[in-house]
Design a protein around this ligand. Structure first.
Ligand code: LLP
Length: 415
């Protein structure tokens, strides 16, 4: 992880001690490095330099307002998948005109909200959605900007739950049916065709499926142009994978080369929707060891963060590196790092070797993406606090949820 380093054996993110943050705000605590966020964004800017482009940060990866605010300040647009995400983007100062709206199940209310805000484009995923959007836009007296999300049927070689561009996945319209859909849209009074979109999956560690999908999409763009339908942008979906353990994340230079070789000389603007690679390696989850419990077969390190705080290990069997915040001379123990939630699936890491003690702090690495944004209140656990560090500055950007917040909106019945 960038900007994470040790000073006298103790972990710092940028110039801020993680022990100090745990003292100030308690645990579990998400901590993000502002510099790491900016640098990750800069790498996409570099890859796309010289080509007309818009980087639309995928809000689902981490929708915390301060993070959205930072990307908005860097000039980013946003990829949203719900009215809630749109509300967050607007609250954080994002420009509606740089928002693309993805997702297979947009409701009429969400469409209205997005049309009224004046978003850049709807990534339409089915004919029924197109019909609904045409109707809703008509009711508002507007034209809805659309692009179709096509499913190119390529294997992204990632976890099955996060593969999206195979024909058996629910996403997009089959690329073979896209021309008919474009022709249908041309006839509609209340939609304006802007582009094409595709997203094949997340945590991509191999770029060849990306290149394949892009070639298929560009062939479609050319055949539509031959039919008189000229698209203005090509949205290539999410970003590249990151390193959690021993993956070799794709090389940005190779990514750049794929894009530059295909787009130089073309007129369409490129939209990319990276999430994980903009925030993942910028964040850690800090947690304190509550108990060390020797079992018959193995030792359990019971920490105060759980599957409700970071769901990825439980849901995808995902690996996150876990390291002690303070180095010690004690011998490492073979252990499972588990949370307090009443499920066997509640673990942050299995089969680890850690030099730990009760009361000590652990850092769960590369937790900036799909960590806080997938957290829940399961077991009535208040959600963690979040801090952004900038050199030696500390910004509490989300307070720890309190008991009132935990029950907000609920009512007793007057029996
Ligand atoms: N655009 C669309 C339409 C998407 O569905 C996604 C992610 C992205 C962009 C961002 O992709 P990225 O750059 O992050 O790879 N919760 C899972 C990941 C789910 C990703 C879903 N779609 C995880 O924790 O691994």
């Amino acid at each position: 992880m960038n900007h994470l380093h040790r000073k006298d054996g103790r972990l710092f993110l940028e110039e801020v001690s993680l022990e100090e943050l745990a003292r100030l705000y308690g645990t579990p605590l998400y901590v993000y490095s502002l510099a790491a966020l900016s640098e990750a964004y800069g790498r996409y800017e570099q890859a796309l330099a010289g080509l007309p482009h818009l980087i639309c940060y995928a809000v689902k990866a981490n929708g915390s307002l301060a993070i959205l605010q930072h990307f908005a300040r860097l000039g980013a647009g946003f990829d949203i998948v719900s009215g809630g995400e749109l509300a967050r983007v607007l609250a954080a100062g994002g420009e509606a005109g740089k928002v693309v709206f993805s997702g297979v199940g947009k409701t009429a209310a969400e469409m209205r909200m997005a049309l009224e805000a004046g978003i850049r484009c709807f990534n339409v995923e089915s004919e029924s959605e197109l019909e609904r959007l045409n109707r809703v836009a008509g009711e508002l007296g507007r034209r809805a900007p659309v692009s179709f999300r096509v499913n190119p049927d390529v294997d992204p070689k990632t976890h099955p739950y996060i593969s999206t561009g195979l024909r058996q996945n629910k996403f997009g319209v089959p690329i073979s049916q896209a021309p008919a859909l474009y022709r249908r849209a041309v006839e509609m009074a209340n939609v304006e065709i802007l582009g094409v979109d595709c997203h094949i999956g997340s945590q991509l560690t191999d770029l060849s499926p990306v290149a394949d999908a892009l070639d298929r999409v560009l062939a479609l763009v050319d055949s539509l142009a031959a039919d008189g339908i000229q698209l203005r942008h090509v949205d290539i979906g999410g970003g590249i994978g990151i390193r959690y353990r021993d993956e070799t994340p794709p090389d940005m230079a190779q990514y750049r080369e794929i894009l530059q070789s295909r787009f130089s000389g073309r007129r369409e603007e490129i939209i990319v929707e990276p999430g994980r690679s903009l925030v993942g390696e910028a964040g850690v989850l800090l947690t304190r060891v509550e108990y060390i419990k020797p079992g018959e077969d193995k030792t359990f390190v019971i920490v105060d963060a759980a599957m409700n705080d970071l769901m990825r290990p439980a849901l995808y069997d995902a690996f996150h590196d876990i390291v002690p915040v303070a180095e010690s001379s004690r011998p490492p123990i073979a252990c499972d790092v588990v949370g307090p939630v009443c499920e066997t699936g509640d673990f942050l890491g299995l089969g680890r070797h850690l030099a730990v003690e009760e009361g000590g702090l652990l850092a769960v690495l590369s937790a900036g993406a799909y960590g806080m944004s997938m957290s829940s209140n399961y077991n009535s656990r208040p959600r963690a606090a979040e801090v952004v560090v900038n050199k030696n500055e500390i910004h509490l950007v989300r307070e720890r949820e309190n008991m009132e917040g935990l029950m907000a909106g609920e009512r007793l019945v007057s029996w």
